[in-house]
Design a protein around this ligand. Structure first.
Ligand code: MN
Length: 231
C-alpha cells in the first residue's frame, strides 16, 4: 500500500474580483531596487537589482479586515519588515520584452519580505547564501491579490508601512531603480516564468525591526492593505 507524505501548506491564491485560483509556484524576490534603501543598507552605488527566492510554503495569506498573526522566527534578534509590491504571473514566458512582461502579469498584492537582518548581515560578510535570513517559515506574508487590469498604473503607486501606528516606510513604486516590467523581462532571461510565480519587487527605505506584540500595517494605493501581528 502506498503511503502519501505531505506538508500542510498547499495554498490557493484567489484573485479578488475574479473566479480564478492559482497554485503558488516560485517566489522570486528582488534585492536593492530602491536607491534610498541601497543607501540605508550601506551598499555601493546604483546597483543592478539581484534576485533570491523564498519557498512558496513561506507565503502567508493575510485576509483584509483581519489581523493575521505571524510568529517571531527563532535564532534572530533582528526581524525586519520590508514592504513590497508583489506580482502574480499569469502566463508562461521566456525572454520577454517590456510589453510581453506587462502582458504576463495577472495580479498584484501588498507583500512583506520579512528578514532576519542580523543573520543576513553576517551571511553577507561571509559571502554565503541568504536562505537562513530570507527563506524561513512565514517570511512572505501577502495580502489579497487584485486583478492587474483593475490597477491603473503599477509604476506609480504610493507604498507605505507603519508599526504600531507610526509610519516607517513611505515611498512610491516610481522610485524603483528597475520598474516591475524591467524586472520581469530581466528575470525571464534567466528563468522561464509560469502561472503561479510570484515576484517581490523590492523595498523602499525605512526598513526596521519589529518585536513580539507589534502591529504592522502595509499599504499600497489601489490594493487591499494587510495587517499583521508579530506573535
Ligand atoms: Mn526585499
Amino acid at each position: 500500500m502506498k503511503k502519501q507524505h505531505s506538508h500542510p501548506s498547499l495554498l490557493e491564491l484567489k484573485i479578488y474580483g475574479t473566479t480564478e485560483i492559482f497554485t503558488p509556484r516560485r517566489v522570486y524576490c528582488v534585492g536593492a531596487n530602491y536607491r534610498k534603501h541601497i543607501e540605508e543598507m550601506g551598499l555601493p552605488g546604483r546597483e543592478k537589482p539581484f534576485y533570491f527566492m523564498k519557498p512558496s510554503d513561506a507565503l502567508v495569506i493575510a485576509n483584509p479586515n483581519e489581523t493575521t498573526g505571524i510568529s517571531f522566527p527563532p535564532i534572530t534578534k533582528s526581524l525586519h519588515h520590508e514592504v513590497e509590491l508583489v506580482i502574480l504571473i499569469g502566463k508562461k514566458g521566456h525572454n520577454l520584452n517590456l510589453k510581453q512582461s506587462k502582458d504576463c502579469i495577472f495580479g498584484c498584492a501588498v507583500g512583506l519580505d520579512m528578514t532576519r537582518r542580523d543573520i543576513q548581515n553576517s551571511l553577507r560578510e561571509k559571502r554565503q547564501p541568504w536562505e537562513l535570513a530570507k527563506a524561513f517559515d512565514q517570511s512572505a506574508p501577502i495580502g489579497l491579490i487584485h486583478d492587474f487590469e483593475s490597477i491603473i498604473d503599477i509604476t506609480n503607486l504610493d507604498i507605505s508601512l507603519s508599526v504600531n501606528g507610526k509610519i516607517r516606510q513611505k515611498s512610491n513604486t516610481s522610485n524603483m531603480i528597475y520598474s516591475t516590467y524591467e524586472i520581469i523581462s530581466d528575470l525571464s532571461k534567466y528563468f522561464t516564468l509560469y502561472p503561479g510565480d510570484i515576484i517581490f519587487t523590492g523595498t523602499p527605505e525605512g526598513v526596521g525591526s519589529v518585536v513580539k506584540g507589534d502591529i504592522i500595517n502595509a499599504e499600497i494605493e489601489s490594493i487591499s492593505p494587510i495587517k499583521l501581528k508579530i506573535e
